[in-house]
Write a protein that binds this ligand. Structure first.
Ligand SMILES: NC(=O)c1ccc[n+]([C@@H]2O[C@H](COP(=O)([O-])OP(=O)(O)OC[C@H]3O[C@@H](n4cnc5c(N)ncnc54)[C@H](O)[C@@H]3O)[C@@H](O)[C@H]2O)c1
Length: 316
């Protein structure tokens, strides 16, 4: 067994639930805190060694009860990019204050803490002028980027002041099995699949020439697991991505083809405030160099696996 007792915040969400699938077999006991604001209770694995608290990470009393029991913390709970732009105050409360409280309580209540993994985001790069973008770059223009980036800084503060063993992982557009289109804020790939499966046109914001670096969920979770136990990653920040740009139009074509269509109706809408990033690809070489992690799945392979899962094949 690799882990003792662990806490996963946001465990009922997309990435949290996929991480839990792995952790319930590797950890002694898994505690999950999720307020189900966007997560789904049904996404939690059914396991005898899992305890679920439907509550907020800002509940200090709950943190004081759970944290003394755990040795690993995986902090994934968040207000997402879209919600954060609609309600800046709750973005600040959950993403920044929530992250700060977890760090502070981890320092005070986790005498045997082995690692605090914070899942951050490539959104801290905004509309980057350097592609693929290294970890040293930042351009903050949205509330989500501001709160997530600020929480990263607090991770560094707790590492430098109190030796709290933090590791920060910046994900770039993760997709794949477990991403539920019932969550209105799910990623673009889940939305494309949902549109075609319901016979609706695909919606593309802007002209579809904008790019993103899409990371298959298995690769992302492999990175979390590997980074959470490797001694080299303490106190560091890493990109989790492929380094490859995919245009949204290309992505739509790939989904359309994998679903067996030659062409499919597509509607173009004006870009939303949160979409104003023209190019994105993150530079993943730091994590490759430090722990030999690299993404294994191409976008075609990842989309094919996602379709297989949507058709009912394979477990989440
Ligand atoms: N999915 C991606 O492409 C992606 C990209 C970059 C970064 N990330 C980061 O990865 C993490 C997980 O993202 P995800 O895609 O699984 O998002 P998600 O929305 O599916 O999951 C987030 C979970 O946090 C829960 N939550 C929200 N507020 C909470 C609170 N106050 N207390 C407790 N739980 C709360 C939600 O109910 C949800 O289950 C986040 O920190 C996010 O910033 C994800």
């Amino acid at each position: 067994m690799k882990y003792g007792n662990v806490l996963v915040t946001g465990g009922a969400g997309f990435l949290g639930s996929q991480l839990l699938q792995r952790l319930v077999t590797k950890a002694k006991h898994v505690y999950v805190i999720d307020d189900l604001s966007t997560g789904n209770r049904a996404s939690l694995p059914k396991a005898a060694n899992l305890t679920f608290y439907e509550d907020s990470i800002t509940n200090e009393k709950l943190l004081e009860t759970v944290l003394p029991k755990v040795e690993w913390i995986f902090h994934l709970a968040c207000r997402n990019l879209v919600l954060s732009a609609q309600d800046l105050r709750s973005d600040l409360d959950v993403n920044l204050l929530g992250g700060f409280l977890l760090l502070q309580k981890a320092k005070d209540y986790c005498p045997n803490l082995k690692r605090f993994v914070y899942t951050s985001t490539a959104s801290v790069y905004g509309n980057a002028s350097t592609i693929p973008t290294p970890e040293s770059y930042y351009r903050i223009t949205l509330p989500y980027s501001a709160s997530k980036f600020s929480a990263e800084h607090y991770c560094q503060v707790f590492y430098h002041m109190y030796n709290l063993p933090v590791t920060i992982l910046r994900f770039s557009n993760v997709y794949g099995p477990g991403q539920l289109s019932s969550n209105p804020y799910c990623g673009v790939i889940a939305k494309f699949f949902e549109a075609i499966m319901s016979g609706d046109p695909i919606i593309i914001y802007d002209d579809g020439t904008q790019t993103r670096d899409f990371t298959f969920v298995e690769d992302a979770i492999d990175a979390v697991i590997a980074a959470s136990t490797h001694p080299t990653t303490v106190g560091k920040v890493y990109n989790i991505g492929t380094g490859t740009e995919t245009r949204i139009n290309q992505l739509a074509d790939t989904v359309i083809q994998i679903m067996g269509y030659k062409a499919y109706p597509t509607r173009f809408l004006p870009g939303r405030e949160v979409d104003k990033v023209y190019r994105r690809a993150v530079d993943p070489t730091a994590l490759q160099t430090d722990i030999a992690w690299s993404a294994r799945y191409s976008i075609q392979e990842g989309i094919a696996k996602t379709y297989h899962w949507l058709k009912g094949g394979g477990s989440v």
